[in-house]
Write a protein that binds this ligand. Sequence first.
Ligand code: GLA
Length: 382
Amino acid sequence: MPIEPHDVAEQFARRYAQPPQAVIRAPGRVNLIGEHTDYNDGFVLPLAIDRAIWIALRPRDDRRVAVHSIDYDESREFALDGMTDEKAGWIEYLKATAWSLQQAGLRLAGWEGVLMGDVPLGAGLSSSAALEIAAARAFAKVSNLDWNPAAMAKLGQRAENQWIGVNCGIMDQLISAAGQADHALLIDCRSLETQAVPFPAGTAVVVLDTATRRGLVDSAYNERPSQCEAAAEFFKVPALRDVGLEAFQDHASELDSITARRALHVITENDRTLRAVEAMRRGEVCALGVLMNKSHESLRDDYEVSSDALNAMVESAQAHDACYGARMTGAGFGGCAVALIDAEAAEDFVEKTAADYQQETGNTPAVYVCRATDGASVVEVQ
Ligand code: GLA
C-alpha cells in the first residue's frame, strides 16, 4: 500500500507530540520513452508514480534543519549557513537542495520534521530527484516562496549536478515537480515546456524491478553526457537535439564507432519519443509498444546502458500476450524496466513475468502496476 498523508503526520506527532504544520509529497517517476535524451536538450515522456518521498514538518526560527528519517531510523541536522559537503548519505540531498536554492538568492527558513518514502532506492525510479523536490517543496512552504515547478526542478538538478556529482539532465526533477495524474508528460528538455498526454483507454503501466542495483555516481552514467557533447561538437551544434538522422548518416563514418553509436541512439530516441506521443494521442497502443521495444534495443546495443538482468526482464515482459511493449527505464545498468500492457490481463502479466524472470536469473523481482499521479504538493491531512 502506498504511504498516505496521515501515516506521515502520525510519525511526526509521535516525535513532536503535536500535528505537523505541513505534509509534503514528491513522487518518483517511471519513464515511458525518451531515455538519455534529456541532457541532449531532447524529448522525454515520463509519468510521476504512486510512490513518493514524504516530509511532515514545522518551521524553526534558528536557520537550522533537523530531520529524522523513518526508513533509516537516523536523525541528522544542519545549519543553513556555512554548509559543507560531508558525504553523509541521505541528508546531503537536503543540504544540496538548500545550497542550490540559496545560491539562486532565495532566503530560506529552517524547519524540523520526519522523512519517509516508498520509492525504492537506486532502482531507476528517481528516489534522489524525489528527495530533492520534496526538500525544495518543504523549503518553499516554510520560507513562503513561490512554487514554480520548472524553476524548482532546475535548482534540484543543479543540486544533483554540483553537490551530489551526478551529471543528470532535467527529466527526473521536472516530472517529480510537475507530473499530472493519469497522464504522461512530454517534456521538451530545451524549452522545459510540457504537454500532458493521456494514457490510451484500457492500458496499464507496469514497473518491473530487476532487484539489481548500480550506483549512479560510480556507474558509467557520467561518461555518457561527455560522449554526447563530443558528438554535438563534431556536428557544430549546441546539443544532439539539433542533429537530424540524415545529417548524422552523411557524416557518421567520420566519427569513432562508439561516439557514432551513442549519437545514433539519441537521435533515433528523440524521434521515437515524438512518435510515441502521436501514437498515444491516437490510442494506437500497438504502435506505441513497438516504439518502446525499439527504444530498448537502441539502449542495449547503441547506448550500451542495459544489463543482463534488464534484458532478461524486458524479454520476459515482451513474451506475455498482454504486453504492448517493454524497455529498460531510467539511467540503466540495473534497476527497473517498464511495460505497457492490456489492463485487463494485469494480474496474469505481473505473476507470469515475475516468475519467468526469476526462473531465468535467480533474482526475486518486484513487479507492480503503477498509477500516474500529480507532482510535488503540500498535502491536506484528513
Ligand atoms: C537518470 C537521470 C536523468 C536521465 C535518465 C536517463 O534518471 O537522472 O536525467 O538522464 O537517467 O534517461
